[in-house]
Design a protein around this ligand. Structure first.
Ligand code: WTA
Length: 670
């Protein structure tokens, strides 16, 4: 879609090298890893990933392509994801902390959950899900849980039973939760009464009521709503319980204390979870991840790219409601017996030093966050981290492009010039990393994600499918030549959309069973430098990235269109100093209505209510008409250029109504 702002600042950056101390302790410091994972060794090389797991039954076929492009990995194998993340560590790490929970209010104690206790709590929850809810392998359960330990406990309890969990980011509205629940056909919704965010105790239970109501309107009856208490023993929400439908988990659990549930031995190609993400159409898609392939992949990436050792204290700030949290707060670190930190709140609450107090107190040595958080922390105080006595060996940036200036601040100030940085590019669909340096082997380059991780072979294709050679400086569609074990299985109940979205453009023979005919199209534009490092420019589809969170323009536009007065809506991404990009929402009115602040507010409220506050437009402009082609298509790129204060609006000769441009410019720039 629109060309991205970072293109303008393009320049080759210098390398930064890992320290000998880091290399000396790294899990992977031997560059032969790249030879092992070369394309000639595909797919056998991925055996190395599967070997990090404990299998009930070892697999016989590493990759089955018979149903291309729905790839099946480690076929014939059986395993349980919960067993791999919890039970298998008990022998050696029983008393080690698995989860540190840091509540947002600083006066509340940090909670430590050992592997032993995690095992107990997961067993009890699994028993409840099995006996009280009647859930069994293959059923779906929708979770709408905030950042508390109850979220991974519930996920792992599902995984123990082979139940497919579908966690919806707690910041999403009840309606957004309902859409996902209906699509997944869940009959049980698991939520929490309240949680803290930026200093307020939010009533979360009310969203469950909304979700159940909207789901019912769509023909899906939710049989049970399970509610965790943020403060066990006390129901803290003002929203009343619905008799016969709502149940307090903490009360029910008393019937299951000390109950044990054997982990269900699941086929490797079984489904571990669904994660809904935004795409080009209004309906979010249920990205479906496997048990064996996904878990092997994230475990290997956690070990090699994140350099996690069991003795590390690892803090990934991402919300578990996004893929980063699933892979790199929960499954990867726990599969490696690390101690993973879950922080309930906002990084800058109550002040910009909160993160460093947490890091110091817990002895965090691996830190993982997004450019948006880094920009916000930098703005709040250039030197603050230096006052604190923590020591990171490794840091990650993920979710959006990072400006080289911001990268250098991350390196010098947060990392104190000692920690290595990995800039990991990947997606909900990919399960784990696609491009990044292996930190002890390759130097860092500010603003570039690095080459494909071992086993991933990126290529830039032009619109005709020709390869754009590295070093040519030309941008194109970033694709991956080969499948990999962490890649989604399909889109839940929508194979056609899966094939269309990721393969249709470049697959020359849709009947082919040869993986070479199915390059994966990521939906991002990128440039590959002569050294093979990939620089991401941004999405080419109707997806915008706000503060590292992926939002569909269509979802926001449809929300705006629910407002009575609105005739048309168009969302564009606008450069923002902190959040990378934010949405500007352009709307036009139906005949007979006049623009007013009240209508603009109604539109904003509708977006927050239907999608969630994270999608709140930074500005709403009520325009007399949208810039349109003669066939009536709204030209969003022109609106984006105006919002981004570009002199050059690009080609406007195809417009049927060029006169609106001056009017829109006046509205936007005053
Ligand atoms: C963007 C998040 C630049 C990209 C893991 C991708 C990035 C989308 C990076 C996926 C990065 C992710 N540098 N851009 N290191 N990482 N992106 O599905 O546009 O929430 O397609 O997964 O985020 O977002 P998603």
């Amino acid at each position: 879609m629109e060309p991205k702002h970072c293109e303008a600042r393009w320049q080759e950056e210098e390398y930064y090298y890992p320290s000998p101390d880091f290399i000396g302790q790294a899990n992977c410091a031997d560059s032969s890893v790249y030879d092992r994972f070369c394309l000639d060794n595909f797919p056998e090389c991925f055996k190395e990933m599967a070997e990090l797991l404990d299998w009930d039954k070892y697999w016989h076929t590493i990759l089955d392509t018979s149903d291309a492009p729905c790839w099946k990995w480690f076929v014939g194998g059986k395993l349980n994801a919960c067993y791999n993340c919890v039970d298998r560590h008990l022998k050696k790490y029983r008393n080690k902390t698995a989860i540190y929970f840091v509540p947002e209010p600083e006066e509340e104690r940090i909670l430590k959950i050992t592997y032993q206790e995690l095992w107990r709590r997961v067993n009890e929850m699994a028993a409840l899900l099995q006996d009280f809810c009647g859930l069994k392998a293959g059923d779906r359960v929708t979770l709408h849980l905030p950042m508390t330990p109850e979220l991974p406990i519930t996920m792992l309890a599902c995984a123990r039973l082979g139940v497919i969990h579908s966690q919806v980011f707690a910041g999403f509205s009840g309606k957004a939760c309902a859409d996902r629940l209906v699509d997944a056909e869940s009959e049980v919704l698991i939520t929490m009464d309240v949680y803290y965010r930026a200093g307020s105790l939010l009533d979360h239970k009310q969203k469950a009521d909304e979700a159940v109501k909207v789901a019912e309107e769509q023909g899906k009856k939710v049989k049970k709503v399970l509610i965790w208490q943020r403060y066990p023993g006390k129901y803290s929400s003002p929203t009343p319980l619905v008799e016969g439908r709502d149940f307090i988990v903490n009360d029910l659990l008393k019937n299951y204390y000390h109950k044990e549930v054997k982990p269900v031995s699941m086929p490797a190609e079984g489904t571990l979870f669904l994660m809904y993400t935004s795409g080009s159409t209004g309906k979010p898609k249920g990205v479906q991840h496997s048990i064996g392939g996904y878990l092997s992949y994230v475990t290997w990436m956690s070990k090699v790219i994140q350099d996690i050792h069991p003795e590390d204290v690892y803090w990934c700030m991402a919300d578990i409601g996004w893929i980063t949290g699933h892979s790199f707060v929960v499954y990867g670190p726990l599969a490696l017996a690390a101690s993973t930190v879950i922080y309930e709140g906002t990084p800058t609450y109550p002040d910009a030093e909160r993160c460093w107090r947490i890091a110091e107190e817990l002895g965090v040595n691996i830190f993982h966050t997004s450019p948006t958080a880094i920009r916000a922390l930098r703005k709040a105080g250039e030197d603050l981290p230096l006052k604190y006595n923590y020591e990171f060996k490794h840091m990650t940036t993920v979710g959006e492009p990072i400006e080289p200036e911001v990268w250098r601040w991350y390196y010098k100030v947060i990392g104190k010039g000692k920690a290595v940085i990995v800039d990991t590019w990947w997606q909900t669909e990919s399960g784990g990393f696609l491009c990044s340096t292996v930190p002890a082997i390759k130097p860092m380059k500010p603003g570039s994600a690095g080459p494909g991780v071992p086993g991933i072979h990126p290529v830039i294709l032009d619109d005709e499918g020709n390869e754009i050679p590295p070093g040519s400086g030309k941008a194109g569609n970033l694709c991956i030549k080969n499948p990999w074990p962490g890649l989604m299985q399909t889109i839940w109940k929508d194979r056609e959309r899966y094939v269309d979205t990721y393969y249709a453009k470049y697959c020359k023979n849709p009947k082919s069973k040869d993986w070479r005919d199915w390059p994966y199209m990521s939906g991002d534009a990128a440039v590959i430098a002569a050294d093979g490092y990939v620089r991401i420019l941004g999405r080419v589809d109707d997806v915008i990235n706000v503060a590292g969170h992926r939002l569909g323009t269509k979802e926001i536009e449809s929300a705006a269109l629910t407002v009575e007065e609105i005739a048309e809506a168009a969302v564009v991404a606008v450069y923002d100093e902190i959040k990378g990009t934010v949405p500007h929402l352009y709307v036009s009115l139906k005949p007979g209505y006049d623009p007013s602040d009240e209508i603009a507010k109604k539109v904003t409220d509708a977006v927050c209510d239907i999608v969630g506050k994270i999608a709140k437009p930074a500005k709403v402009f009520i325009v007399p008409d949208m810039p349109k082609t003669r066939s009536g298509k709204i030209l969003r790129r022109i609106l984006a250029a105006i919002s981004n204060k570009k002199e050059d609006l690009g080609d406007i000769t195809t417009l049927s109504n060029p006169h609106v441009i001056e009017e829109i410019k006046r509205l936007v720039h005053g």
